[in-house]
Design a protein. Structure first.
Length: 225
């Protein structure tokens, strides 16, 4: 039984070459890597230390949160197979190529958004200078303290889990100063916050505080994330 010959490609698909494929595969990741290098260079040239992000501790609340990455990957494979069968190899490849570009451009946009979100926020190193606590500092209780070794994504330091008044649930904070190694569970930290330009909270000042019983009464402060 003779199968009908495939229709010849027309338009830009007919002019597509292996060089275009190489550009499609490597140019979007190169844009993200170049943007990350430029932003890191800009951060290294700042006159002060960037403020420290204070992030909530995320705990999976059910099996859906544990297995959704696998479900998403399976859905992507099924969608790719459906496109391949529905549109044919060349047209399905063009759709997947567009999704590939959008994925890397989205990552580049997220990097730029994070950089702009933290722009202008610096850490005041009161712990090193020995200055007195600022009035109105928020007193957070240390729930856990653990050394975190350096990695590709982080310089490492002392990873803390804190209970902060005015914030729901425990929050994590990474301190890379040497004096942070003396912080133990049960200690109290005096913290000063600043909101990001778009979202989140950042620690701009921290100091190991005396026991709460010996501190003067501080005004109540409610912080909205």
């Amino acid at each position: 039984m003779n199968h009908p010959a495939p229709h010849p490609q027309t338009g830009w698909l007919a002019q597509w070459t292996s060089l275009h494929t190489a550009w499609l595969l490597f140019a979007p990741p190169a844009v993200l890597v170049g943007l990350r290098w430029v932003l890191q260079l800009s951060t290294d040239r700042l006159p002060g230390t960037p403020a420290l992000p204070l992030a909530p501790v995320s705990v999976p609340s059910g099996w859906v949160e544990l297995f959704w990455p696998l479900a998403l990957a399976a859905l992507a494979l099924l969608a790719g197979g459906w496109l391949l069968r529905r549109l044919g190899g060349r047209r399905a490849a063009s759709v997947l190529g567009l999704l590939w570009v959008l994925l890397w451009l989205g990552g580049s946009g997220a990097l730029l958004q994070r950089h702009l979100n933290e722009q202008g926020l610096f850490l005041r190193d009161a712990a090193a200078t020995g200055e007195a606590l600022r009035p109105g500092a928020v007193l957070a209780q240390v729930l856990s303290s653990q050394f975190k070794p350096p990695s590709v994504r982080s310089m490492g330091g002392t990873a803390l889990v804190l209970q902060v008044p005015g914030l729901q649930g425990p929050h994590r904070l990474l301190l890379d100063e040497p004096q942070a190694a003396q912080i133990k569970p049960g200690d109290t930290l005096a913290l000063a916050f600043s909101p990001g330009r778009f979202r989140g909270l950042f620690v701009t000042d921290w100091q190991l505080a005396p026991p709460v019983a010996t501190l003067p009464a501080a005004p109540s402060l409610i912080i909205k994330p």
